[in-house]
Design a protein around this ligand. Structure first.
Ligand code: 13P
Ligand code: SF4
Length: 317
């Protein structure tokens, strides 16, 4: 415990010396979450990155999140404890693939989930996160076709929520969320039929046939498909004894903080993102001491990528 305390003090001291704000995603290791200035989902952290007075942003998350912060605050120094922290979902599409897809649908509006590289964002019209995907898609005139990328499960969720049938969905997936299956969810619900159910829209189970048909054994009134920030809001007023949580397990830390009465149980306890967990206490120290890894973006894509992100951030303001 003492060691943790002195590590935290050192992190806070170094952050002050660098005039740095530390942002941590909800999937980071609990130690990292607890030392950060702000913990949140992709959208909340993007908004904080856009509005901060600090001259340096230390992004404890994965690379596309740090890139998004850089796009929104190009004059600030943006650091990530390791540039190796990628995202298997973002890797399912590159700029060449998107250009080829667009050329087959020249009239379409391209909506890109933030889980994409800056080069892909530069080819998109507007970005979205899991918090605002439905709002963003609703902001596109109903008669315009949409190319939604890269997550198929989020894309299907948006299609259902908006009732639009003119959305083409890229067949990408996140290896962590795709691995949280309908079979696992059903087993857990059967074992605890009174539980509330929180599901991230990237999950394989979010689009399962039983869910779509509505004839399965998922409790429709207690099943909530939400972003990580949405889960926290829902958890605050929860009175259920148990809530089953279908998302990356780092999320449990914040859920348990906001509600100590309900027991939060992971649907798949092995659903850990190895990229998120690359931010170790040692690497955070190295980052603050040595100013690495710094996020730099090629000038030719910055302007175009920023427009897509800014259009998203403007929605719901
Ligand atoms: P949220 O925007 O819901 O925090 O999700 C980010 C992410 O990487 C999901 O895997
Ligand atoms: Fe990417 Fe999945 Fe990890 Fe989120 S959980 S950062 S989508 S690999």
């Amino acid at each position: 415990h003492d060691l943790t305390g002195s590590w935290q003090d050192e992190v806070r001291r170094l952050a002050r010396a660098r005039d740095a704000v530390i942002l941590a995603h909800n999937y980071q290791d609990p130690l990292i979450q607890d030392v950060a200035d702000h913990v949140g989902d992709s959208l909340a952290l993007s908004r904080i990155a856009a509005g901060t007075d600090a001259s340096t942003i230390v992004f404890c998350g994965v690379h596309f999140m740090a890139e998004t912060a850089k796009l929104l605050s190009p004059d600030k120094t943006v650091l990530i404890p390791t540039a190796r922290a990628g995202c298997s979902l973002a890797d399912t599409i590159d700029a060449d693939q998107l250009r080829a897809w667009k050329s087959q649908h020249p009239d379409a509006v391209v909506v890109a989930y933030v889980n994409t590289s800056a080069a892909v964002k530069a080819e998109a019209d507007i970005c979205c996160t899991s918090s605002n995907a439905v709002e963003v898609v609703n902001s596109v005139p109903a008669d315009r076709p949409i190319l939604f990328l890269p997550d198929q499960f989020l894309g299907n969720h948006v299609r259902r929520q908006t009732g639009r049938d003119n959305i083409e969905v890229w067949m990408g997936e996140c290896h962590v969320h795709a691995g949280i299956t309908a079979a696992e969810l059903r087993t857990q619900v059967a074992a605890d039929p009174e539980a509330e159910v929180l599901v991230h829209p990237e999950c394989g189970c979010a689009s399962s046939a039983i869910w779509l048909a509505g004839v399965g054994d998922l409790p429709a009134d207690r099943t909530h498909i939400l972003s990580t920030a949405g889960m926290l809001d829902a958890a605050r007023d929860m009175t259920a004894k148990t809530a089953l949580v279908a998302t990356e397990i780092g999320m449990l830390h914040q859920l348990r903080k906001v509600n100590q009465q309900t027991s939060f149980v992971p649907v798949n306890p092995k659903a850990s993102c190895r990229f998120m967990k690359m931010t170790t206490p040692d690497l955070l120290l190295r980052c603050l001491r040595e100013g690495r890894d710094e996020v730099q973006l090629p000038q030719d894509i910055v302007e175009r990528a920023r427009r897509s992100v800014e259009r998203m951030v403007a929605i719901g303001k």
